[in-house]
Design a protein around this ligand. Structure first.
Ligand code: NDP
Ligand code: DGY
Length: 329
């Protein structure tokens, strides 16, 4: 594109002006790009080798960017741009210490992730995967009064853990289903919660009073392992647990016990530890656990916009100018 622009401008005798503009506004002509040309994650060895001397890095949430990677990169590294809003895979302290800037992709994936969360909640609560399976395996013998009954949102209490961008978008989508009370927990009360009549409550209150619990907080040392034995023991036996934040917020052994013993009704997870979840994992043996392969933001348009934003962040960081979405370190 840059080349074409030059040619077109040259024809209209504005070549020098166009060239100046390109050189001041884009670094494409001056960048050497080394791309991992596969959908599979780059191996650690290739990452450590490929990053040597780089000025910028565009990474995915599956790339753990820690002190070892930063050391391998060396002092040239000015910017890290991640194709995600979550940044728990980045060693922020180490990055900050080295004066490296970070770009990420908030907002542009909020709608897609909220939509997927609602889909997962409904699929889990109304047992859609089980129903589909029964149709296929001949288990559907006739209409039966209590067969495949689940739980509905109408008149329910929903608890959102982390009423941030995505948590709020989830709440906005759930309220029209006739939700009676919307509880939320986090570090601080949110003025925007008024829009969904959200009640800021302690985590214990949220856990014990909700019919549906949706986890949409970020993964931090404080939230790691937050959903554990004690958490699940406080839930109603009819309650449904949904997690679209990060797998490590949940203690999966404790979740398995809660689901298999009937302590809670069902769980829907878009995120797990590890990812991918091994196919022989005990959670996958349970009918009341719906597991998706981390597809919260996976719509064509969202991934396209995320990619464009990640590139703009990278270019801004390389040029030392504003980045459209820079993480405040
Ligand atoms: P935001 O920063 O807007 O929201 C994060 C929320 O987490 C904030 O409301 C914050 O509350 C809350 N939080 C932080 N600490 C705690 C805590 N101790 N207890 C409860 N809540 C807490 O981020 P987004 O909404 O944009 O994204 C949230 C997360 O969703 C991402 O970090 C990512 O991990 C995940 N995600 C998953 C996707 C998927 O594909 N499944 C897609 C996109 C994102 P407070 O302000 O009070 O601290
Ligand atoms: C994120 O952005 O953090 C998601 O997990 C993937 O879109």
């Amino acid at each position: 594109c840059t080349f074409c622009f030059c040619c077109a401008a040259a024809e209209s005798n504005k070549y020098e002006a166009a060239k100046e503009e390109i050189l001041s506004q884009t670094v494409c002509t001056r960048c050497e790009v080394s791309q991992w040309d596969s959908d599979e994650p780059v191996s650690r060895a290739d990452l450590l080798k490929g990053i040597q001397g780089a000025h910028g890095l565009l990474c995915l949430l599956s790339d753990k960017i820690d002190a070892e990677v930063l050391e391998a990169a060396g002092p040239n590294l000015k910017v890290i741009s991640t194709l995600s809003v979550g940044f728990d895979h980045l060693a922020i302290d180490e990055i900050k210490k080295r004066g490296i800037r970070v770009g990420y992709t908030p907002d542009v994936l909020t709608d897609a992730t909220a939509e997927l969360t609602v889909a997962l909640l409904l699929a889990t609560a109304r047992r859609l995967p089980e129903g589909v399976e029964e149709v296929k395996n001949g288990g559907w013998s006739s209409w039966k009064p209590l067969w495949l009954c689940g739980y509905g949102l109408s008149g329910s209490t929903v608890g959102v853990i982390g009423l941030g961008r995505i948590g709020m978008a989830i709440a906005q989508r759930l309220m029209p289903f006739g939700v009676k009370r919307l509880l939320y927990s986090g570090r601080t009360a949110k003025p925007h919660a008024a829009e969904v009549n959200g009640e800021f409550v302690p985590l214990d209150t949220l856990v014990s009073e909700s019919d549906f619990i949706v986890v949409s907080c970020s993964l931090t040392p404080e939230t790691q392992g937050m959903c554990d034995k004690s958490f699940f023991s406080k839930m109603k036996p009819t309650a449904v647990f949904i997690n679209t934040s990060r797998g490590a917020v949940v203690n999966q052994e404790h979740l398995y016990e809660a689901l298999s013993s009937g302590q809670i009704a069902a769980a829907g997870l878009d995120v797990t530890t590890p990812e991918p979840l091994p196919t022989n994992h005990q959670l996958l043996t349970l009918k009341n656990c719906v597991v998706l392969p981390h597809i919260g933001s996976a719509t064509y348009s969202t991934r396209g916009v995320m990619s464009a934003l990640a590139v703009q962040n990278l270019l801004g960081g390389l040029q030392g100018t504003d980045m459209p979405s820079e993480l405040t370190l």
